[in-house]
Design a binder for this molecule. Structure first.
Ligand code: FES
Ligand code: FES
Length: 149
């Protein structure tokens, strides 16, 4: 049993502490916006924030998330208002199938917190998420738009 703070609420999860956070979020808490892609920290589909930093939850044990603020895609908007990254995603029609996009948005939100005006080089370094639909150009445009918002 572990007590996690997810999107500002406390949840008890009944898992071994070594269980990947991804599975606790999806299967115990029912937050299925965080996706399973590769399971080996390569694709970024499972990205969430731990104390404001982007982490790949498939490779993060539940034990590492105890006592930290976990934010998932379901908790990124505040008070019914979309995060500026979500707004830019809608305006630039970034998603295709959408499967990678919650992880992509969480990674970008963390990047903009660290670097409010990222260069293309900053984006290439920080956003290593894989999109099988090839939305990378739209992602880049929407990041620059969100940075101006
Ligand atoms: S599912 Fe976690 S990085 Fe791919
Ligand atoms: S939008 Fe389909 S995998 Fe990225």
């Amino acid at each position: 049993m572990a007590r996690l703070t997810i999107n500002g609420r406390t949840s008890e999860v009944n898992v071994d502490p070594s269980t990947p956070l991804l599975w606790a979020l999806r299967e115990q808490v029912g937050l299925t916006g965080t996706k399973y892609g590769c399971g080996v920290q390569a694709c970024g589909a499972c990205t969430v924030h731990l104390d404001g930093k982007a982490v790949r939850s498939c490779g993060t044990p539940v034990s590492a998330a105890v006592g930290k603020q976990i934010i998932t895609i379901e908790g990124l908007a505040t008070g019914g208002v979309l995060h500026k990254v979500q707004k830019a995603w809608v305006e630039h029609e970034v998603p295709q199938c959408g499967y990678c996009q919650s992880g992509m948005i969480m990674a970008v939100a963390a990047l903009l917190k660290d670097k409010p005006k990222p260069t293309d080089g900053d984006i290439d370094t920080a956003i290593t998420n894989i999109c099988r639909c090839g939305t990378f150009q739209q992602v880049r445009e929407a990041i620059h738009a969100a940075a101006k918002a």
